[in-house]
Design a protein around this ligand. Structure first.
Ligand SMILES: [Zn+2]
Length: 394
């Protein structure tokens, strides 16, 4: 641990290296923190005035706190997720979520976007303002009766129901809307390759969300669902797996359209290396996905490194640092992988002026990791310190 100037109104953090969300700077860069915000960034290694307490982190890299743009705080990373949901009341679930929030912060995640809760519990957790990251919450994702994640309660089968549910979500104070354009892997009913909604439905949802001033992102695994979600004018896409009934097969014209649109694509293929082994079929699909994602990177798709944590034993809530490391398997450099979970992720959450960068005016959300992140990202797995709004995570 590094003795930090916790509780101080004004202090400065110096280290051998600073990654600002886009570029890495050397030469003892210094971040001046005033009242929870970054007041200035000095790249010259210059003198710090005597009234400012200086913390020197030494041979470390200072970087923006991580932004996980796809997490599920209310889920339990178990194979019995639906059973857990059935047998856990809201009070007990909220208690678990408080624990998850602290767990995320300790892993270096200073902003989390919850893309699917039950009963607006993540909205409540955000309002509590307890220990944990800054939380954005989508509330229960819009889905069909018996559709993907139906157990979260966001059921909307007709266009009228879509409009009504989005209005209710807005009234409950959600930060964005999430809609399940296709089925998924964890609930039977609709398969991941199948569309749950038509292009008309999705267009209605986009219009309704925007009428309430809310961005909307679509869970989309299958080709048709991805294509329709893009055509509907979604603000973001999640997964973009190109799942077929048997594996993964990309539509490269559609990939180029995604790149042209520069729509943020939340990639959620990371897994915990200590999780249960993959069955052979899943391993094969994972390798297909790796090849597709590598080429999506080469085609210039705007890829965000997200976790989708909470949905399975391979995806514990604090997965994101592992996902960042695995992002480099797709051809991203270390710095690009970190940018995909900081500056680019913050932009995709519309927090670009506040989170995801070490820049004047931004919240002082900082991570101190040992060594040089250009050489190795393993320091992300054991940060020396996590700072959220200028305070070290307790
Ligand atoms: Zn998810």
């Amino acid at each position: 641990m590094i003795p930090l100037a916790s509780g101080k109104q004004k202090w400065a953090l110096r280290s051998s290296r600073l990654f600002d969300g886009s570029r890495l700077h050397t030469g003892s860069p210094t971040v001046l923190v005033v009242g929870g915000r970054i007041a200035a960034v000095d790249l010259t290694g210059g003198h710090i005035s005597a009234d400012v307490e200086l913390v020197d982190a030494g041979d470390c890299t200072v970087l923006p706190g991580l932004v996980d743009a796809h997490n599920h705080l209310s889920f339990e990373p178990t194979t019995e997720l639906i059973e857990y949901m059935r047998h856990t009341d809201d009070a007990a679930m909220l208690d678990r979520m408080r624990l998850r929030a602290r767990q995320l912060l300790h892993a270096g995640v200073t902003t989390v976007r919850d893309l699917g809760d039950r009963g607006y519990l993540a909205v409540r957790l955000a309002r509590e303002g307890g220990p944990g990251p800054t939380i954005l919450a989508a509330g229960p994702p819009l889905t069909r009766t018996n559709g993907h994640c139906w157990f979260l309660g966001g059921l909307a089968d007709t266009s009228d129901e879509i409009v009504e549910l989005i209005a209710r979500h807005a009234g409950q104070g959600v930060d964005l809307i999430k809609i399940m354009a296709t089925g998924g892997l964890i609930t039977p009913g609709w398969g991941p390759a199948e569309s749950q909604y038509t292009l008309d439905d999705l267009t209605t949802a986009v219009r309704a969300a925007h009428d309430h001033g809310l961005p909307i992102t679509a869970h989309a695994h299958g080709r048709q669902g991805i294509s329709d979600a893009l055509a509907a004018g979604m603000d973001g896409l999640e997964h973009v797996s190109f799942f077929t009934d048997t594996g993964s097969e990309a539509d490269w014209d559609l990939v180029r359209a995604l790149a042209d649109a520069q729509i943020p694509v939340g990639v959620t293929d990371g897994f915990h290396p200590d999780g249960p082994p993959f069955p052979a079929a899943a391993r094969q699909r994972l390798e297909q996905r790796r090849q597709i994602l590598s080429r999506m990177r080469a085609e210039g798709v705007r890829m965000i490194c997200s976790s989708d944590a909470g949905i399975s034993p391979r995806r514990p809530h604090d997965l994101l640092p592992h996902s960042i490391i695995q992002f480099t398997d797709l051809g991203f450099t270390n710095l690009e992988a970190v940018a995909a979970a900081t500056s680019l992720a913050a932009d995709s959450c519309r927090l670009g002026g506040r989170k995801g960068r070490v820049a004047p005016g931004h919240d002082a959300d900082l991570l101190i990791v040992p060594g040089d992140i250009r050489d190795s990202l393993t320091g992300l797995l054991a940060p020396r310190a996590v700072i959220h709004n200028g305070e070290e995570a307790a």
